[in-house]
Design a protein around this ligand. Structure first.
Ligand SMILES: Cc1ncc(COP(=O)(O)O)c(C=O)c1O
Length: 397
């Protein structure tokens, strides 16, 4: 965990990525920080221990390696402080635990990451917090959902699997009038393509598992708060003892250095494939915010600097009772796309999305929804692989 004493400098995003968080001359000029594996930290004498007179006291409260990552994220997000936790899911649940108490009411976007919904409907409810889901397109009309005890509004844009955009500045303005804290899962865009705090969000959350780690081999989450909300977040993290490991922090910091170039490639590959899909008769709809046909496109264009590599499309299937079989036939025909959860790594992935947990938004009726994460491969090969999927799905019944 680390406070940000060093305010963001006016550097380009890729320059920031290369330098953020660590000065090589703090450690003999070595380009990367050492991995400090630790539980115990020694004090020179009993008085120093009693007064906690040194920067590091015990490794649950941070190490030089985790601090290097936290400081890098602070610089990218423009936040006062960042904590790291062992997964993206823990990053969201910890933020909720930091700001909510029994008797509170929370507004959570209906297109929220599914495991966060599960946490809300089970543990948060058990702890006496009332959770209400809202339509991602609600904008300033969210005002009508506020109650005297509404303490937190959670956003995720684009939404999980269905990619709805949200009018972030409109929602944060209303939330702040009601003195609620605004948290946002910004994993899709990363702070390179959208900086939540610039749009009024108080607490920005990332599953660093995805693009920051970038290699499908690390789980980590970051929670970054503005000055007003940092103290409470730091306190909650200290109380719970949920801390990210230094080896994982090292790997994520390493991943950050190349995230800009990787994202550019994910973006251009994904956009090319999304446009190619949109032109096909066997695709009913493509759910990608950077496509002008997508309902939230104008908001994306107004607020975001880019798009990442994950989006969905609706396979055109006439009969509802064939949705599942056609989706499975499509996926099973793919050789380059792996069938697997998560995204943000170098290889392409595909899966059949289940949107039946939604309370407000009905799932598309034109066919099954397939989510693609477009990796760093050559687009021509990925298109050929998807072409196989379409032809096998067409022939299946
Ligand atoms: C938008 C979003 N947030 C959070 C998470 C959770 O991240 P993790 O897998 O590190 O728990 C995911 C995982 O897919 C996600 O898609």
């Amino acid at each position: 965990m680390s406070d940000n004493n060093d305010r963001p400098k006016a550097l380009g995003p890729n320059t920031q990525l290369v330098r953020a968080g660590y000065n090589p001359f703090d450690y003999h000029g070595f380009i990367n920080p050492p991995v400090t594996r630790a539980s115990t930290v020694l004090f020179p004498n009993a008085k120093a221990m009693e007064r906690h007179e040194q920067k590091y006291t015990y490794a649950t409260r941070g190490t030089p390696t985790t601090d290097a990552l936290c400081e890098a994220v602070n610089e990218l997000e423009g936040t006062a402080g960042t904590i790291i936790v062992p997964s993206g899911l823990a990053a969201v649940t910890l933020a909720f635990l930091a700001y909510l108490s029994p008797g509170d009411h929370a507004l959570v976007v209906d297109s929220v990451y599914g495991n966060v919904r599960h946490f809300c409907d089970t543990m948060l409810t058990r702890f006496g917090v009332q959770v209400e889901y809202y339509d991602p397109s609600i904008g300033a009309s969210i005002d009508s959902l506020f109650k005297p005890n509404t303490r937190l509004v959670h956003l995720e844009a684009p939404g999980s699997n269905s990619f709805e955009m949200q009018d972030v500045p409109a929602i944060t303005a209303v939330a702040h009038r009601h003195a609620a804290v605004v948290t946002m899962d910004n994993t899709w865009a990363t702070p390179l393509y959208f900086r939540p705090l610039d749009f009024g969000v108080d607490v920005s959350i990332q599953a660093a598992t995805k693009y920051p780690a970038g290699h499908s081999d690390i789980l980590l989450g970051t929670v970054s708060a503005n000055a007003e909300h940092w103290k409470r977040l730091k306190y909650a993290n200290g109380a719970l003892g949920i801390c990210g490991a230094p080896d994982d922090a090292y790997q994520v910091l390493r991943g950050l250095r190349t995230m800009g170039v990787r994202l550019e490639r994910h973006q251009s590959n994904a956009l090319e494939i999304a446009q190619w899909l949109e032109a096909r008769d066997d695709v009913a709809r493509v759910l990608h915010p950077a496509l002008p046909s997508f309902p939230g496109h104008e908001i994306w264009k107004r607020d975001f600097k880019g798009a990442s590599g994950v989006f969905s499309f609706v396979l055109a299937v006439a009969r509802t009772d064939e949705f599942q079989a056609k989706a499975q036939a499509f996926l099973n025909a793919l050789l380059l796309f792996g069938i697997g959860y998560s995204w943000g790594g170098f290889p392409s992935l595909a899966l059949h999305v289940d949107l039946n947990d939604r309370r407000i938004l009905p799932p598309p009726e034109e066919g099954p929804v397939l989510r693609l994460h477009i990796g760093l491969e050559d687009v021509v090969d990925l298109k050929a692989d998807l072409e196989k999927g379409f032809s096998v799905a067409r022939a299946s019944r």
